[in-house]
Structure formats: structure tokens, C-alpha cells
Design a protein around this ligand. Structure first.
Ligand code: B12
Ligand code: SF4
Length: 501
């Protein structure tokens, strides 16, 4: 095992990997558009335990692997902690492979990919010394302490590690922190905030930043989501008082004028939201915010209260316009409930964005068109149509294997279909339907008339202009594996910035 060197702990978000084909229309600058809060929490815990910490976000910086390796080595780290979701795992592994011969630092890999696939990570990423599983604050502190003492690191709960004989230790799970308020807020001061510019559909005002108020999902049943397998019993939330305090400090630090709440479901307990809104209003902060939520059982009054406390937008996962598909993926609501929620939120003054999935198992082009039609009738401000991507660690994966063809795993950004249900002729037919969905949703007079009626400020005008630029750049993009014709993405982003966006 490695020898401690006494340098800082370097926490690292890996580079965005163009060569893997995972780019699509969004581009590198748009890829990392919010701070990776998980690393921020780890940094806080390490600092509280007395470790010097550096946080590098290679994706936000636009660094490639070579540059990232040089930046890490220049800091002479004792421990390097890399965070990756599955999409980023190939890039994280390439990085660790490049680092391994050039440093004696302990190399730790964690994040959503390790949380779901820790059993296979040691094989696919053999240059990591340790794979952290689950919430990492305490695990990483203990790993760093053991490493600093020169003690073995292969018996630390919440991780698996390579032993000197090359075998990997068994996982002893670490229970997640039961009382979230005991955790220090993320070390916001370590993020390169100026680099995070959310996509136009994610914010109205800049600078905009992000926070999270809960962990886990309180519903956790949807068949396509890894949350349904991981964390159902572990749903926890910060107190409203803590969230408002954290928000105040974050705004003071960054000058942000808008916050996006990253929670899987922001509204789980209406009483919590009411208290949060009351406290926020009492602070009279100049801040807009937005959040994602389920909508079953929520009232127009609650939406109005949120609106009065600065919430401008809410994202709902409507997913499908076919009740049959909704039931199959266990969404737990009816089309009528979905329609009512959209109506109530709009009537309360909120922008409503709908997420929709095309190409679910059992779907035919006719059913897909029902989803498009449904989206068009909800009075939404924005709709996002995604092609179904089966995650290996979900119930949907097995269903997809039976009811269609899985073409590639966990490929979110290339615009190509990962999975084709039996009801579709081929991937191209499904991809065409997705493009048709965007055209039919956005390119209709009723939609533009609604947008005009919603214009209330210059922020709104800028917002719609940038949204239109995104839409046309998407519809103008080419299908396939090579970089789209308008890459690099920097040029595209720079063009928006000349509009002052
Ligand atoms: C907010 C969010 C987003 C935001 C911002 C993401 C970002 N860049 O920060 C947006 C909306 C942009 C987004 C987009 C996507 N997301 Co997302 N997102 C989330 C969400 C809801 C919260 C993330 C979060 O902040 N969690 C809270 C922090 C505290 O947890 P954490 O990051 O996991 O970190 C903890 C541990 O994992 C661990 N840890 C993490 N890293 C490390 C490293 C080391 C060394 C150690 C020791 C420990 C450790 O310790 C941390 C503290 O306890 C999660 C679901 C969830 N609840 O986690 C999905 C999730 C991460 N997203 C997911 C996906 C698939 C995506 C997209 C690919 C979706 C798409 N189709 O485009 C894109 C990817 C874009 C991107 N750039 O990341 C999946 C990832 C699944 C997987 N196996 O990869 C998740 C898990 C949702 C799900 N249920 O399936 N996402
Ligand atoms: S899709 Fe959303 S509501 Fe469903 S299990 Fe995942 S996080 Fe929870």
C-alpha cells in the first residue's frame, strides 16, 4: 500500500470526456453547470477533521485528462478522491490510470457510480486503491486518518479496498447520517462558481447556483430509477431553519440571484415547505428559486405560497401520456392528477416544466405520439423529451431486455437511442419521434402566444431568447457518434454570451 506524504487531500470531479462519444448537443460547458455538491460536503467534513483540502472540478474548468493530472500532481496530494456518476466513470478510470504511476497518493473513487456498481468497479477501474460506497463524509475522514497514520485502509466501513495481496476487502456498509443538520454545509468557498452557468432552461437570472435540502427519495418506486433500489428507507431532510441559513450564507458568498434545489423531490411534506417559505420571506432575500417534485396531493395554495416566497419554476416528471406506461413504470399517479397539478401550479403563478420519456418498454409510435399530445395540452412553459436509458441497477433494465433491444448502456448525451422497444422499427424511428416531439411542442403558435403573455421583465426576454437558441441548436444538430457540426460548444456558448446571457 502507499506511503503517506502529508500533502493535501485533493477532491476531484473528472474531466468531461469527448472521446467517449458522450456529448450530444449540450457540450462541455453546459455539462457541468452546477457545483458537484457531494464533493463540497466531503471537503467540509475533511476540513472539520483538520485535513487540508483542495477541490478541483476538471469538467467545469474544461481540462482534459493530461491537464487534470498535472494540476493534481502540482498539489502533491496525500489522498486523491474522485467522484463519478456512471456517465463519468470511464473518464474517472482513465484519470486514475494516468495518475497511478506518478503519485503515491491514496486513490479513492466514490459517487453515484460506485454507490450502484461497487462490485464491478475494482475490475473496471483497477487503479483505484479504495472504492467508497454510500455517503462519504465519515468514510473519507477515516480513510484519510488511517492513511496519514500509515495504517491499513481495507477495514473501513463504507468502502472496499485493495489488500497487499491484490484481493479486495468485503464491504461493511456504513449507515447514512440520520440527522442531516449535523452535517456541515458544503464547502461552497472551494467551488469555481464563475464556471457554473446553468443551461437556459434551468434558470431565469444569473448568477445562479444550487443547493440540496434532503438525501434519498421519499417515493423511491419508479422502475427506471436507481433511487428505488438504493435509498428508500434512508430519506432524510435538513430543517427549514438550516436551509434558509445556508441559503443566506451561500448568496452572500457567491452573489447568486437564483438557487436551484437539487433534491429528487422537493415537496414531500407540505408543512416543511410552508415553514421554509415563511422563513425565507421573513429574510427578504433577493432570490428566485426552483425545484423538482412529485405532485400527488399538492394544492394550489401550497404552490401559491411557494411562488410568494420566490419560487418561479417547478419541474414535474410527467413521463408519459399513456396511463398504461405510467402504471408499468410505477409512477403512482393518473393522467388526470398530472393535468390538475400542471393547472394548479400554473394558476399559482409558477412556470411548469415537464419531463417526458419516449421509448418505454411496451410503447409504440402511436403511444409515443400520445405522450407528445399530452405534453402539448398541459400549458407547460417547457418540455424535455428524453429517450429511455435503462440503468443496469433497476427493475426497468430487466424489463427492457425482454421487451426490446438494449443497444448501449447508460449513454445519456449522444442523442442516440440506448434502447429500442419492440414497438419501434429501429433506433432511427425513435430518434425521429423525439425530434418530432420538440418540433410539435415548441413550434406552434399557441406556445409562442403563451410565452409572450408570460413576459414580465427583461430577465424573461433573455430567458426565452436563450431557450430559443438552445432549441434551434438542438434541432439543427446531427445524429450520430461524431461531434455535432457546431462543436466546439464554447463557440455556441460564446454566441449566447453576446446576447448578454
Ligand atoms: C442534482 C442532480 C443532478 C443535477 C446536477 C448534477 C451535478 N453535476 O451536480 C443535474 C440536473 C444537472 C443532473 C443531471 C444529470 N444527472 Co443527476 N442527479 C442529481 C441528484 C438528484 C442529486 C445529486 C446530489 O447532489 N446528491 C447529494 C450529494 C450529497 O450526494 P452525492 O453527490 O452522491 O455524494 C455523496 C456520496 O455519493 C459520496 N461521494 C460522492 N463522490 C465521492 C467521492 C469520494 C472520493 C468519496 C469517498 C465519496 C463520494 O459522498 C457524498 C457525500 O455523502 C442525483 C440523485 C441523488 N439524490 O443523489 C441524480 C443522479 C446523480 N443523476 C443521475 C443522472 C443519470 C444524471 C444525468 C446523466 C441525467 C441525464 N439524462 O442527463 C445528468 C448528468 C449531468 C451531470 N453533469 O452530472 C443519476 C446517476 C446514476 C448513475 N449511476 O450514474 C442519479 C443518481 C439519479 C438517479 N436516481 O438515477 N443531475
Ligand atoms: S424518479 Fe424521482 S420519484 Fe421516482 S424513484 Fe427516482 S428520484 Fe424517486
Amino acid at each position: 500500500m502507499t506511503i503517506p506524504t502529508g500533502g493535501p487531500v485533493v477532491l476531484l470531479a473528472p474531466p468531461f470526456d469527448y472521446t467517449s462519444g458522450l456529448y450530444g448537443f449540450v457540450g462541455v460547458r453546459a455539462y457541468r453547470n452546477q457545483p458537484p455538491l457531494g464533493l463540497g460536503y466531503l471537503a467540509s467534513a475533511l476540513r472539520d477533521a483538520g485535513f487540508p483540502v483542495r477541490l478541483l472540478d476538471a469538467a467545469a474548468e474544461g481540462w482534459d485528462v493530461g491537464r487534470t493530472v498535472n494540476e493534481v500532481l502540482a498539489l502533491q496530494p496525500s489522498v486523491v478522491g474522485v467522484s463519478a456518476i456512471t456517465l463519468e466513470a470511464p473518464s474517472a478510470c482513465t484519470l486514475l490510470r494516468a495518475l497511478r504511476p506518478r503519485t503515491k497518493a491514496l486513490l479513492v473513487l466514490g459517487g453515484a457510480h460506485a454507490n450502484s456498481y461497487w462490485e464491478t468497479v475494482p475490475t473496471e477501474c483497477p487503479d483505484a486503491d479504495v472504492v467508497a460506497v454510500g455517503e462519504g463524509e465519515q468514510t473519507l475522514v477515516e480513510l484519510c486518518r488511517a492513511h496519514a497514520r500509515g495504517s491499513p485502509v481495507w477495514d473501513i466501513a463504507g468502502s472496499v479496498a485493495r489488500r497487499p495481496d491484490g484481493t479486495w476487502s468485503e464491504l461493511v456498509e456504513r449507515p447514512p447520517e440520520p440527522a442531516l443538520d449535523r452535517l456541515a454545509p458544503p464547502a461552497y468557498d472551494l467551488f469555481p462558481h464563475a464556471k457554473y452557468v446553468p443551461l437556459p432552461h434551468r434558470r431565469k437570472r444569473l448568477p445562479a447556483t444550487a443547493m440540496i435540502t434532503s438525501r434519498g427519495c421519499s417515493y423511491a418506486r419508479c422502475t427506471y430509477c436507481e433511487m428505488s433500489n438504493l435509498v428508500r428507507k434512508h430519506y432524510r431532510r435538513h430543517s427549514p431553519a438550516r436551509v434558509v441559513r445556508e441559503m443566506k450564507d451561500l448568496l452572500a458568498l457567491t452573489g447568486a440571484r437564483e438557487v436551484y434545489f437539487q433534491d429528487d423531490i422537493f415537496i414531500t411534506d407540505p408543512a416543511w415547505v410552508e415553514e421554509f417559505c415563511d422563513r425565507l420571506r421573513a429574510e427578504r432575500l433577493d432570490v428566485l428559486w426552483s425545484c423538482e417534485s412529485r405532485f400527488v396531493g399538492l394544492s394550489r395554495d401550497l404552490f401559491r405560497r411557494m411562488h410568494d416566497a420566490g419560487c418561479w419554476r417547478i419541474y414535474f416528471g410527467f413521463e408519459s401520456g399513456s396511463q398504461e406506461s405510467l402504471d408499468a413504470i410505477r409512477k403512482g399517479f393518473t393522467l388526470a392528477q398530472a393535468r390538475q397539478a400542471a393547472r394548479d401550479a400554473r394558476a399559482a403563478g409558477l412556470d411548469v416544466v415537464g419531463f417526458f420519456m419516449l421509448g418505454l418498454p411496451g410503447e409504440t409510435p402511436e403511444m409515443g405520439r400520445k405522450t407528445i399530445e399530452f405534453a402539448r395540452t398541459l400549458g407547460l412553459n417547457h418540455a424535455i423529451f428524453s429517450l429511455t436509458v435503462p440503468h443496469r441497477n433497476t427493475d426497468l433494465y430487466e424489463i427492457c431486455r425482454e421487451a426490446g433491444t438494449i443497444l448501449r448502456d447508460q449513454d445519456y448525451f449522444s442523442r442516440r437511442a440506448s434502447y429500442v422497444p419492440h414497438g419501434y422499427r429501429d433506433a432511427a424511428q425513435l430518434e425521429r419521434l423525439r425530434d418530432e416531439a420538440y418540433r410539435r411542442f415548441y413550434l406552434r403558435p399557441a406556445y409562442w402566444w403563451q410565452c409572450l403573455r408570460d413576459l414580465k421583465s427583461m430577465d424573461d426576454v433573455r430567458y426565452y431568447l436563450s431557450g430559443a437558441a438552445s432549441l434551434f441548436s438542438f434541432l439543427g444538430g446531427r445524429r450520430g457518434t461524431g461531434p455535432p457540426p457546431y462543436m466546439g460548444p464554447r463557440t455556441r456558448i460564446n454566441r449566447w454570451s453576446c446576447l448578454g446571457l
